[in-house]
Design a binder for this molecule. Sequence first.
Ligand SMILES: Nc1ncnc2c1ncn2[C@@H]1O[C@H](COP(=O)(O)OP(=O)(O)O)[C@@H](O)[C@H]1O
Ligand SMILES: [Mg+2]
Length: 374
Amino acid sequence: MCGLVMRLLQRTLSSGKSGLHRTMRIPDKLATLADYGILQEVVRPLMSGKEAEVYLVVAGGAYRVAKIYKDAVHRTFKNRAEYTEGRRVRNSRDQRAITKRSTRGRAQEEEAWRSAEADIIHRLYAAGVRVPIPHHFIDGVLLMELILDARGQPAPRLADVALSPQEAVAIHARLLREVVRMLCAGVVHGDLSEFNVLLSGDGPVIIDFPQSVDPAHNQNARKLLVRDVGNLHTYVSRFARDFPRRPYAEEMWELYQANMLAPDTVLTGVYRPETRMGGTASVESLIRDANRDEQRRRKSLGLAPGAAAATMEEPSPPRLSKYAEKKAAMARKAAEEAAQARAAAPRPPSPPSRPTAERPVESRGASGRSRRRR
Ligand SMILES: Nc1ncnc2c1ncn2[C@@H]1O[C@H](COP(=O)(O)OP(=O)(O)O)[C@@H](O)[C@H]1O
Ligand SMILES: [Mg+2]
């Protein structure tokens, strides 16, 4: 039956306009998938990037993409530690080995890096982000949907296409919405650029996630988000000159931190840093954040839950992690500054405004996915 499907598929595709079909010897790294009967043919290499070799294959009677991660020595990704910070593996023995950087630990870390993309892509797909549909992750190979362009050919990268200013602006808006959705799902891409976006027949599709970070656990997340969004701006302004640079990343980060970012949040492009710490509510939210992060850290290390890490009144106890300490210190400083500002300024006639007065806060709060719930 499978053979019949295959022959039909092959005939359709090789006789048709697509011209996709030729086959090659199955590379060793794809042998396990072939042995399991998941993969039937390898058509051709699609691309060899800085991190992986990507093959066009036939699996389950359909064209798919098989991504094979290169060994650490052949990869060129810089500053890996910046991305892996805060990542933890489920087995605590493996985690200890990774922390100690023993041989076993390095092998575990390598495995964790390879499986990170499969985990993230599943998470994003479930959250409704337009990513390639993940099918299998076996033996270090990710098998996923082949993204096609409008002519039924493997989709080009944004870097390889020329766009009209209107198209570029529309793609930028769509990608920004995807970045918001990703952040709501707990993912900052970390290497977002025209090289990691494919232009499918129905719009842009973000790919390539092994370096992505979880903003709840990685202190570099904000910086990476700002860089990702900046890259999108640089790209679009190549086609749409004078396209204004707006602080979208800062705005979405602020909303995210305040648990007010929802997948359908429409960004305004307005962000006022001075309002960031302005209200008691945002200070309390920072303190809650610090406490929650600390409890999470203790749980993941198998330690008993500690007392509240920070309060508005008291200095934090010494058992805090460096990260929680930093956040608690920021919160206390902000509280002091806010109190000083309040003492200095005449009282406004109306209640203090929330930091995002011009945004539709209620709709976000109602449908928003709270970080605390993840
Ligand atoms: N799902 C896919 N559909 C079509 N082409 C893909 C897909 N995934 C990757 N590719 C192609 O393979 C290239 C490299 O993939 P990528 O995931 O970016 O790996 P790398 O880490 O090596 O950059 C992409 O630029 C794209 O051309
Ligand atoms: Mg790439």
